[in-house]
Design a protein around this ligand. Structure first.
Ligand code: ADP
Length: 397
């Protein structure tokens, strides 16, 4: 049984074709720069063979056609016929309060995804576009949606409610939702398996540290709290996002700089974080290099990032009344050795220790805490596509 996993963005389509017999990836690829100059598709096969097709891709429909043609191509393809794709699993960012798990897509589901676009205007319309294109082009396959926000629907009311007038929750559903749910859930489950324990008996803190970053308290297998909120802007310091700030700063800067709400939103989402603090880059590798060269603001960005992750670890340990395991995942979490050390440094009062030699690892499932550490610390490569594919397979039976 073959499942195609689609992550449709505003100008890109990421895809993976997965053979669910053994969960092997047959092909993975990316269509990027849709609708702008320089559009292209790149694909990698299981044997490591890579290739690129450069051509005009004006919209998602043409982009998806190219994906299908590439997958079924006589020379470079991996399947003979499009009907071999039994189901398509779509990543959808915001499921609001409607979805606490993956679902088979029908008109009602699409309507709800569209409604949630108010809360995720950059993501949900692009996700929906991917769904509609696949419904048309791969019409024999069942379509399934997996939501970034679903895992966090278990958060209790006192955790997800903002201390604003309650009517804004009633009128607009303004509350905390949280994101990266598939990733937090996946790495927490992987760690429970590794520890050979029932996840219901574990208190795990998962740090998904990528360009976008969030941290979750997974208590007994459920999300108790997570750092992102109504949108993916709240919480940690990120590549270009500010994370937590005093909300009074927003009207203050808008007034001083004569900014519109859209401009202020853009500033907080795209000009802040690593980029805004350092003035160097949004990429943690550039920041680490600049800091090593003596750039003080780059060092400040690193220190702020590590400090805030540490602060959340402390807060979530308190929220769960304990911690058994700490997990690092995503681009920075899996690769940034020094940052992991900075974060865990001086958390020994909580029983968190890191072994410098074990921590010298990138992108491999590894226990980086010494054996005597009360809290087990892990690096776990995330695999959101696999979660989507598994959910899709389960749903279509
Ligand atoms: P997203 O999916 O949110 O775009 P990723 O999970 O791909 O983000 O993470 C991107 C971040 O991971 C970047 O800041 C990048 O610098 C960092 N990263 C990726 N590889 C490495 C590496 N080898 N060393 C340090 N940081 C890395």
């Amino acid at each position: 049984m073959k499942v195609l996993v689609i992550n449709s963005g505003s100008s890109s389509i990421k895809y993976q074709l997965i053979n669910m017999e053994d969960e092997s990836v047959l092909a993975l690829g990316l269509v990027e720069r849709i609708g702008i100059e320089g559009s292209r598709l790149e694909q990698e096969l299981a044997n490591g063979e890579e290739f690129e097709i450069k051509k005009d891709i004006p919209d998602h429909s043409i982009g998806m056609e190219l994906v299908i043609n590439t997958l079924t191509d006589e020379d470079k393809g991996v399947i003979g016929d499009i009907n071999e794709i039994v189901a398509v699993g779509h990543r959808v960012v915001h499921g609001g309060e409607y979805f606490d798990k993956s679902v088979i897509i029908d008109n009602d589901v699409k309507k709800k995804i569209e409604e949630c676009a108010k809360l995720a205007p950059l993501h949900n319309p692009a996700n929906l576009m991917g769904i509609e294109v696949c419904e048309r082009l791969i019409s024999n396959a069942k379509q399934v949606a997996t939501f970034d926000s679903a895992f966090h629907q278990s958060m209790p009311q006192e955790v997800y409610t903002y201390a604003l007038p309650y009517e804004f929750y009633e009128k607009y559903r303004v509350r905390r939702y949280g994101f990266h749910g598939t990733s937090h859930q996946f790495v927490a489950q992987e760690v429970a398996k590794k520890l050979d324990k029932d996840i219901k008996d574990l208190k795990i803190i998962t740090c998904h540290l990528g360009n976008g970053a969030s941290i979750t308290a997974v208590d007994g297998g459920e999300s108790l709290d997570t750092s992102m909120g109504l949108t993916p802007l709240e919480g940690l310091v990120m590549g270009t996002r500010c994370g937590d700030i005093d909300p009074a700063i927003v009207p203050f800067i808008m007034e001083k700089e004569d900014l519109s709400p859209e401009e202020m939103d853009y500033l907080m989402n795209n000009k802040s974080g690593f980029l805004g603090i350092s003035g160097v880059s949004s990429d943690s590798r550039d920041i680490e290099d600049a800091a090593a060269d003596g750039n003080e603001r780059a060092q400040l960005a690193i220190d702020m990032f590590a400090y805030r992750v540490k602060k959340y670890i402390g807060a979530y340990t308190a929220a769960m009344n304990g911690i058994d395991a700490l997990v690092f995942t995503a681009g920075i979490g899996e690769n940034a050795i020094g940052l992991r050390e900075d974060i865990c440094n001086s958390l020994d009062f909580l029983g968190i220790k890191v072994d410098v030699q074990r921590n010298d690892v990138r992108g491999k499932f590894t226990q980086i805490s010494p054996d005597e550490s009360r809290v087990k610390v892990f690096v776990v490569p995330t695999n959101e596509e696999l979660v989507i594919a598994r959910d899709t397979k389960d749903l279509i039976g």
